[in-house]
Write a protein that binds this ligand. Structure first.
Ligand code: FNR
Length: 378
């Protein structure tokens, strides 16, 4: 295939490059994957309303979010275990994001440390945190992020326990990968991935491994790890304490309605990420784009709104902004690109999204992001 020219083409290359259990781990969602499908389907239901005879010889894609000036209103959402997909792992994604002028979100479940990402990239960085039963570990992560100069902290609130990923069960996905007869065939059929994998087969959770190394020992996979380590008793009180402890820009990720967005604002969050975890947690919920207008209506301009889930094209970002988002965020698209071609792949994808976004603005007759509004979409 020629060089991938859009997200779907990167997905296709990733599908061929990765052993099936790993591709399914990225691509899949919870239960029947209804929410997963809905996330991107809702973008198709919305239509843009362009205006002609406007001077669009200079397009300004820039946007400000979480106090960071970005080249366009796009964030790279936190995703765990990048080492499984390419040896470039989180470092490759963070570097590509920094060079593209975008904000990178590093996950608690990352295979690269907070400090290594900070040393490798001077771009805008956010750390996504979970609250562990061991609160000492959570506090330590916050302190490390502050010391390493992270610009924002993001608390994910949709994972009190792990979602039901049936595709992973069917495909024999385990973390770390275990080579039973079924999965062995798929791994053996992908020698290119296998060679890259063998370069440095270390996918321990880099930020917590010194405290809880459940992944590297015993029969536990990621789901058991989450259920054993994350604290399911966390409430808004805990979130409020974390906001106070961090002091800087703070995101609550996993909000799907106006009440929670108002609560997030009231405890001092800078932004909410309207998100259903890419359809990987509770199946049967609304897509972020659907809930956005009601949330914007309820909060006015008192808190920033980021739409996360189903964004695949620059025109999707334009649609979300027309409906009231300050920015969008992507997860799977950059993982497909990482799996397809490491850092080069992610750079290529981000450049494609930027040119799609700029072209959409021009074809809409809008010189800048600020000119998009409810009148630009039906
Ligand atoms: C995720 N996501 C996620 N979210 C989070 O807060 N912490 C995490 O560790 C992870 N890990 C993770 C792994 C993988 C493989 C995927 C695909 C996703 C969810 C992610 O941040 C984001 O919400 C979704 O990926 C957005 O949907 P799209 O862009 O993938 O459609």
């Amino acid at each position: 295939m020629a060089r991938p020219g859009n997200t779907e083409e990167f997905r296709e290359v990733a599908r061929r490059r990765l052993p099936q259990p790993l591709f399914d781990y990225i691509d899949g969602g919870a239960d029947d994957e209804r929410t997963l499908k809905r996330n991107s389907a809702v973008f198709e239901k919305r239509s843009l309303v362009p205006h002609g005879l406007v001077d669009v010889s200079r397009i300004n894609c820039g946007a400000s979010i979480l106090g960071q000036q970005l080249s366009m209103p796009l964030i790279l959402s936190p995703t765990g275990m990048s080492r499984l997909f390419h040896s470039g792992k989180e470092l490759a994604v963070a570097r590509a994001a920094a060079d593209a002028g975008l904000l990178y979100g590093l996950s608690t479940m990352a295979t690269t440390s907070i400090e290594d990402v900070a040393a490798a990239s001077n771009g805008s960085r956010m750390f996504q945190i979970y609250i562990f039963k061991d609160r000492g570990l959570t506090n330590e992560l916050v302190d490390r992020c502050a010391a390493a100069g992270y610009h924002a902290l993001c608390l994910t609130i949709d994972t009190p326990l792990a979602g039901n990923r049936e595709r992973d069960r069917r495909s024999g996905m385990t973390i770390p990968p275990r080579f039973d007869l079924r999965s062995l065939v798929s791994y053996a059929l992908h020698p290119r991935w296998l060679l890259d994998f063998l370069k440095n087969p270390d996918f321990r959770l880099a930020n917590v491994v010194h405290r809880v190394d459940a992944l590297a020992s015993g029969p536990t996979g990621l789901i058991e790890y989450v259920n054993a380590q994350f604290d399911p008793s966390v409430t808004w009180e805990d979130a409020k304490l974390l906001v106070r402890q961090w002091k800087g820009p703070f995101v609550i990720k996993g909000v799907l309605d106006a009440d929670d967005a108002i609560r997030a604002r009231d405890i001092g969050a800078t932004a909410v990420m309207i998100s259903n975890h890419g359809g990987r947690q509770l199946d049967g919920v609304l897509a972020p784009l659907e809930t956005l207008p009601e949330i914007r209506e309820a909060v006015g301009d008192t808190i920033e709104l980021i739409v996360d889930g189903g964004v695949r094209r620059g025109s999707d970002i334009v649609k979300a902004i027309c409906l009231g988002a300050d920015a969008c965020s992507i997860g799977r698209p950059y993982l497909y690109a990482l799996a397809a071609d490491g850092e080069n792949g992610v750079r290529g994808l981000l450049e494609i999204l930027r040119s799609e976004f700029a072209r959409t603005l021009a074809l809409m007759g809008k010189e800048s992001v600020h000119m998009l509004n409810r009148g630009s979409i039906v």
